[in-house]
Write a protein that binds this ligand. Sequence first.
Ligand code: NAD
Length: 292
Amino acid sequence: MTLLDGKQVSNDIKEEIKAEVDKMISKGERVPHLAAVLVGEDGASLTYVGSKVRACERIGFDSTLVKLPASTSEADLLKTVEGLNNNDAIDGYIVQLPLPKHIDEQKVLLAVDPDKDVDGFHPTNFGRMALDMESFIPATPYGIIELLRRNNVDTQGKHTVVIGRSHIVGRPMSILMSQKGNPGNSTVTLTHSRTQNLEAYLREADIVISALGVPEFVKADMVKDGVVIIDVGITRVPDASHPKGYVIKGDVAFDEVSKKASFITPVPGGVGPMTIAMLLKNTLLARERRSN
Ligand code: NAD
């Protein structure tokens, strides 16, 4: 079994990006600048945005955090988005989800300039990705592709079963795995909450990519020997014995499934760290595309 070490690979990617930034600095060029918009005080969102901003600082990007109160109106948020679209100093930005209930998420994501949409959530980028055109690929699926690529995991002609059809992970993942290329060239089954007899698909799968958010849902008896496991799930499970009062669990029962797997991502330390690295990569790409 080979552990797909997202921490190590993401550090490699960050080093590569930092080397590009150092080159920009030595040429007297402007460094990439990522902005993040956070509406409200949601604890998990604060943590995610905080780690994105810190990652920017560590590799030498400029970063701006736009913090707005939970009571911000949709109109005011749209004005902020327009301001970022028109701000030449900003190469890319993200609007941290979820947004408060009174704001139409789709309306906001549609207002983001696709050339600055480093989360890859705008329909223009999603469509371009699906058509093999230059785009911004959403960071988590992009991270999974890089993790497979850099570990030389063979996906060609394999049967990949994706669990979950979210717009940010499952759906784009199914498209990327079926695309021509390496990683890619896979035969993909996209499963979801209405799939009947999911276990029958899983038992046939050469590669399982699980993004559903149910702790330890995938058990050893559901997969075949030699399976490749990508566990996207992150769920906080209450645990009084832990100082934080919870532990992080993936979708896969790691201890038992790892015994059958040829490759497997741990949780934490697998897909999670890759997501931030690929957001930085997209910001570097945004900066490079804007200067061309
Ligand atoms: P989601 O939470 O929006 O949706 C869950 C998906 O699972 C749905 O498409 C649903 O159809 C499917 N599903 C639910 N029950 C099912 C069942 N019994 N059988 C088959 N499919 C079922 O999805 P998401 O936003 O992609 O998040 C999924 C998990 O991935 C969560 O734990 C989330 O925290 C995690 N996540 C991790 C990262 C990362 O960087 N590692 C990034 C995004 C999401």
